[in-house]
Design a binder for this molecule. Structure first.
Ligand code: ADP
Ligand code: MG
Ligand code: ZN
Length: 476
């Protein structure tokens, strides 16, 4: 029996607004505990939450980017549960009337485009953080995070493999980053993912019983947890057992998922509309004002790069992976209008250096103008491509411009004919045997002679010119 995985993801994204969702406390990360809290976000009696308009606009942006329908009238609900990091005893969320519904995200899988449906996107507040003392039987609570705005993006069970799940998550992260509504950092918890997974015999239409996986804080861990879960559920089904619906935790150290709670212990959240908050009403004027603020999104930018710059789909995809990389490329092309040469230098040479230093393009000390300048120096014959690679490294280390480096070190390529002719003559005289062989038709030897000239000129001779001069000197 062959089984097929059915996967649906619930993704929480922390929104990068300056203040919290229902009060004016700062959302800045890393402040001393409980310095970003007030009576509203610690749930004192008698306070009234007031919705942050920016939060709604950020969520609208994601809804538009994922082709969702924005619900003109959505409602906040109280989701009740008890936990020490939830001071009110309920979380303000949205339930039966979410902000947005029925969208999709496109992923590429084996070169094929596939749409993953979005069921809903809703707004909610984050909970606080518990800190457990390892030495004493006490726990501390930090309310800086309570009330930090989140959107929850729920996908349809359209995902069929751990790779597709990772690809979907990366796309979601790319979009929130393009929209500048979140830093999308999984390791730091600004993007969190719960994964629901069930198996069914291949060809069957009905879904099987699912497990919900929690506690995965990287793309790799989501993928590994799902892979483990497929193995676990397959083994059970092949043995004739039934899958029980439950929530399981991913244990990173052991590489396994373990039971956290079963269906019987599932929370009854007793949702009801929050009487302190008016419904969110979104009219066309508001929607339009947000639409005009939308940047060019990854898919559109990638298609434009292919079209406008004649790049392959692969190259366009790499160069539009982040908005800053795409901007870097375009600024460079504006100054040196040969897109293919620029894309090669960015994707090969610049990436190699950045990778060595583990840097993102934003932190690259060579500005787009610096790379363009370097390419111009190759183009006008001042330096060779080989010298350029060296100068790029130096520009990286010294933060000097390629031109400055060339001027300071006098490393400019020598194309001057009389200078080169003298060296060519010298090399021809010094290597009579090789010259004979070459004349006798062993043209491979020509490369050796060129090499000798390059050596004499410390690599600064224009190789093309040297080639020309040598051929002339050796005769037909
Ligand atoms: P809950 O409220 O318990 O989290 P939802 O109906 O909101 O349940 O579904 C949560 C997620 O589970 C969604 O992403 C959905 O696509 C996914 N899902 C639902 N049924 C299945 C199933 N049988 N197998 C895998 N995923 C599923
Ligand atoms: Mg759930
Ligand atoms: Zn507050």
């Amino acid at each position: 029996m062959e089984y097929e995985a059915v996967i649906g993801l619930e993704v929480h994204v922390q929104l990068q607004t300056e203040t919290k969702i229902f009060c004016s406390c700062s959302t800045t990360f890393g402040a001393p505990p409980n310095t970003h809290s007030c009576p509203v976000c610690v749930g004192m009696p008698g306070v009234l939450p007031v919705l942050n308009r920016k939060v709604v606009e950020f969520a609208m942006k994601m809804a538009l980017a994922t082709h969702c329908e924005i619900v003109p009238f959505s409602v906040f609900a109280r989701k009740h549960y008890f936990y020490p990091d939830l001071p009110k005893g309920y979380q303000i969320s949205q339930y039966d009337l979410p902000l947005a519904e029925r969208g999709w995200v496109e992923i590429a899988i084996n070169g094929q485009a596939k749409r993953i449906g979005i069921t809903r996107i809703h707004l909610e507040e984050d909970a606080g953080k518990l800190i457990h003392d390892e030495n004493r039987p006490v726990s501390y609570v930090d309310f800086n995070r309570t009330g930090v705005p989140l959107i929850e993006i729920v996908s349809e069970p359209d995902i069929r493999s751990p790779e597709e799940a990772a690809s979907y998550l990366k796309k979601v992260r790319q979009q929130v980053r393009y929209l500048e509504i979140s830093d999308g950092n999984m390791e730091e918890g600004s993007l969190r993912c719960d994964a629901n997974i069930s198996l069914r015999p291949r060809g069957r239409k009905d879904f099987g019983v699912r497990a919900e996986l929690k506690n995965m804080n990287s793309f790799r861990n989501v993928q590994k947890a799902l892979e483990f879960e497929i193995r676990r559920q397959t083994a059970l089904l092949l043995d004739g057992h039934e899958i029980v619906q439950e929530t399981r935790l991913w244990d990173v150290a052991k590489g396994v998922t373990v039971t956290m709670r079963g269906k019987e212990e599932a929370h009854d959240y007793r949702y009801f509309p929050d009487p302190d908050l008016v419904p969110v009403e979104i009219d066309n004027a508001w929607l339009d004002s947000v639409k005009v603020e939308l940047p060019e999104l990854p898919d559109a930018k990638c298609a434009r790069f292919e079209e406008q710059y004649g790049l392959s789909g692969y190259d366009a995809g790499v160069l539009t992976a982040s908005k800053s990389l795409a901007d870097y490329f375009e600024e460079c092309v504006a100054l040196f209008p040969s897109p293919k040469i620029v894309s090669n230098w960015v994707m090969v040479e610049l990436f190699r250096i950045l990778k060595q230093e583990n840097l993102e393009i934003d932190a690259c000390p060579i500005p787009p103008a610096g790379l363009a300048e370097l390419l111009k120096l190759i183009d006008n014959g001042t330096i060779s491509g080989k010298m350029a690679k060296d100068i790029l490294e130096q520009a990286y280390d010294s933060k000097k411009s390629p031109k400055e480096i060339v001027e300071e070190q006098g490393v400019a390529q020598v194309s001057d004919e009389s200078t080169l002719s003298a060296v060519v003559e010298q090399v021809v005289e010094a290597h009579p045997k090789e010259v004979e062989k070459c004349k006798a038709g062993k043209t491979k030897i020509l490369g050796f002679l060129v090499g000798q000239v390059m050596k004499e000129t410390k690599g600064q001779a224009n190789p093309q010119k040297v080639n020309e001069l040598l051929r002339k000197a050796l005769g037909p």
